[in-house]
Every structure is written in C-alpha cells, then in structure tokens.
Design a binder for this molecule. Structure first.
Ligand SMILES: Cc1cc2nc3c(=O)[nH]c(=O)nc-3n(C[C@H](O)[C@H](O)[C@H](O)COP(=O)(O)OP(=O)(O)OC[C@H]3O[C@@H](n4cnc5c(N)ncnc54)[C@H](O)[C@@H]3O)c2cc1C
Length: 385
C-alpha cells in the first residue's frame, strides 16, 4: 500500500495550486493526486476563450508533474475512511494519507436525453470534441445564457458556425448583470450573428433522423446537430458525504480550509467557506478562487498556512467585450451604473444598505484591487480610472 504524506483527490486547477504550495513548503513529503480526468491538470478558462482565438493548446497545461507528484490519472476515488486515513479508488487500490485534500470540483447538470450530440462543456476532451465538430458545417444550439453558454456561443460564432441560444431568462447573464446590460448583450450577440431567443426555455428533446429536435416552451421545434448545455454545475460532494464530512452547498471548511474530519481539507469549486469581507459563507466557481484557495489549502496542509480571507475575482470574455468582477453580483441588489460609454466601458456597483457588495469592471482593467477594497464600504471608483 502506498503511503502519501499529502494526497489530493481531483486533478483540476485547485489540485495543481495545492501541489505547488505543498512543494514550496515541504521539499520532500510525498504528494499523490488521484484524478478521474485522463489528462494532467490544465487551465479551464482558455477552453471557452483563448483556444478559439488561436492561443496554443500547449499553454493550457499546468505542469504539475514538475513538482514531483505521483499523478494517478483516469481513476475515481470511491471511498475515504477518515479514521484509518485511507482512500480507495475505482480499481480497488487503497492508499493512505497524512493530509488529504478534496478538490473534486463540480459536475455539469444533465439533460434527460442521453445523446452523443449533447456536450456538457467542462473538460479538455469536451473542448476537443466541440472543436472537431465546429470544423463541420453543423447547426449548434447553446442552452443557457450564463458563463459557459455565453462564452461557448461566442466561440462557435467566432469560427463562423450557425448558433442559436435558448435562454429562459430575459437576457444574457441575467443572473449577474443589471437588466439593461443583460438586454444590451442580447442585441450585441444578435449583431454578431447569434440567433438569441430569450424568455424561452427547453420543454423537451427528441432524436430524429440524425438531428436532435429541441421543443421550446414557446411550442417551437428547432432541429440541431449539436447541443452545448451550460446549465451550471453541482459540487462533487458524494465522497465527502460518504466519509461523514459536513456538507452544506459544498464541503464546509473553516478559515484554515479544514473540513469537519481531522487532516481532511477542501478547496476550490467544491468548498463552502466563510468570507470576512462579505460576512457570509459562499462557494465560488471561478479560477482565482481555485488558484488562491488551492494554494492556501496546500500551505495549510504543510503546516505553513494562514487563514483564507481572500475575496476572489472573476472574469469573462464576450466577443470583443470583457470584464472583471469582485464580490456579490446580484442584480436584485441596488445597482448603480457609472458608464464612461454606455454598455461599452464603465463600472457597475451592487449595493446593500448603502454599502458596496459587488463591483463589475466592464471593459475596465487594472482596478480589481481597488474594487476589492471597496467591498463593505460606501464609495465609488473613478469609472475607467
Ligand atoms: C470552459 C470553462 C471556462 C471557464 N472560464 C472561467 C473564466 O473565464 N473565469 C473564471 O474565473 N473561471 C472560469 N471557469 C471556472 C474555473 O475553471 C473553475 O472555477 C475551476 O476550474 C475549478 O477548479 P477545481 O479544481 O476546484 O474543480 P474542477 O475544475 O471541477 O476539477 C475537479 C477535478 O476533480 C476530479 N474529480 C472529481 N471527483 C473525483 C473523484 N471522486 N476521484 C477523482 N477525481 C475526481 C475531476 O475529474 C476534475 O479533474 C471556467 C470553467 C470552465 C469549465
């Protein structure tokens, strides 16, 4: 049986950040990674952005192996015994750990139809599949107007494909952006040639003559070749639940990223943590959190950690537009938009009781730290400053 000083379940960006931080703090301790992905850790954001604009695939790899890690790829951890400090994988291999990190991320929500023509866009292999299909003159339908839906629709359109978006809400990014910006994005996507249908959801799916027929809530039928479903993810908490760890919208961790079981930590998309700036528990599905929380968990596991108080930022690209954002972007809060040029460049503030909860930096760069400093305070940046 292999004994690891440090064992990480999951092979995403969080796992990689943790492995690097562990190695920086402990040059000799053995590190194992068990990942169900057949590929070593890679950056996910380029899969829906840079790679469609000509960025090299070579750049996505995180080179985790360079820090001396036993990478066990294409294997799923199936059980944790926190008392014996063992982990079993789907090949029946049992390993032990001194410190364990759960970096299991999330799984895309699924549609009721099982079909090769539906892609749940999450992995490098999903990218490769969609990229190959995008070389053919096929009809694509993107379900959902959130992060993945809006980015994948733009990516497919940028390579000249015929794309329809089906969005149950009234606009693109409607759960994050104020209504006027969300509606502007619908017009903007239409100008780019995307057939955007808002306020229209999916009623049912049917397969017929090589096509998938999408029946919409407006009673329409759209025959397509490929569906990309951007329906959000659910945190992979099954292992944590099986091991008896506290789970509540993710694996619950304290400020040192410890779970309710001794020597078991969690970080990244799967972890539910307390953020002091916002004064609330949260689970964040973004790159900055994966990188910074993964690193913080690695340090904590190696005994050199500090409380995780970081307020992560996030970002996205939508054709030629782009943004960075910090805090709580909930359009149901009081919203104050400060446009330099309407919907093209400016800053949007999300406030509660006169205090800033979130800041959207729309085509406004280099302001993330200033925006972060505003959270919890009453105040404004200079738009575009
Ligand atoms: C296409 C795409 C584009 C994105 N773009 C942006 C962006 O522009 N900006 C931004 O801020 N964020 C973006 N994100 C989100 C960001 O990539 C995620 O927040 C980040 O990848 C989370 O990392 P993670 O390691 O916590 O989880 P994941 O990336 O989900 O990795 C979890 C890993 O655990 C493995 N695993 C799960 N269960 C088991 C098990 N039982 N045994 C073994 N292995 C297991 C999985 O195979 C996977 O390798 C994007 C995400 C995607 C998919």
């Amino acid at each position: 049986m292999t004994d690891f000083r440090y064992l990480i379940i999951g092979g995403g960006m969080t796992a990689d950040a943790a492995a690097h931080a562990i190695r920086a703090a402990d040059s000799a301790g053995s590190i194992g990674i068990i990942s169900s992905d057949p590929h070593p850790p890679y950056n996910r954001p380029p899969l829906s952005k840079g790679l469609w604009k000509g960025e090299s695939e070579d750049k996505v790899w995180r080179n985790t192996e360079t820090v001396g890690v036993d990478l066990r790829l294409g294997r799923r951890a199936t059980a944790i015994d926190p008392r014996k400090k063992t982990v079993t994988d789907d090949r029946g291999t049992v390993v032990t750990y001194d410190k364990l990190l759960l970096a299991t991320g999330g799984t895309p929500r699924r549609l009721p139809l099982h079909s090769e023509q539906i892609i749940y866009y999450r992995t490098y292999d999903d990218y490769r599949r969609l990229r190959a299909l995008a070389n053919e003159n096929l009809k694509f339908l993107v379900l959902g107007g959130g992060f993945i839906g809006s980015e994948v629709a733009a990516a497919l359109r940028m390579v000249g494909r015929d794309v329809t978006m089906l969005i149950p809400e009234d606009g693109i990014g409607a759960r994050v952006f104020p209504a006027d910006l969300s509606r502007f994005l619908v017009d903007y996507y239409r100008e780019q040639g995307v057939d955007v249908r808002t306020g229209e959801g999916l009623a049912s799916l049917q397969q017929s003559a090589g096509k998938v027929i999408v029946h919409t809530t407006h009673g329409k039928q759209i025959p397509v070749d490929v569906i990309v479903a951007g329906l959000g993810i659910q945190p992979n908490v099954d292992l944590a639940e099986q091991a008896g760890l506290r789970v509540d919208n993710g694996v619950v961790v304290d400020d040192m990223l410890r779970t309710s079981a001794p020597d078991v930590f969690a970080a990244g998309d799967v972890a539910n943590f307390y953020n002091p700036a916002l004064g609330t528990r949260m689970r964040v599905e973004h790159e900055d959190n994966a990188n910074s929380m993964g690193a913080a968990a690695g340090s904590s596991m190696a005994g050199t950690g500090a409380p995780y108080t970081h307020l992560p930022f996030f970002y996205s690209d939508l054709f030629q537009l782009g943004y960075e954002a910090v805090g709580e972007l909930d359009p149901r809060l009081e919203v104050d938009s400060d446009w330099k040029e309407p919907f093209r460049e400016g800053v949007v503030y999300y406030l509660k009781d006169g205090r800033v909860r979130g800041v959207l930096l729309w085509n406004t760069w280099g302001q993330v730290d200033n925006a972060r400093a505003l959270i919890g305070k009453a105040g404004h940046l200079v738009a575009g400053g």
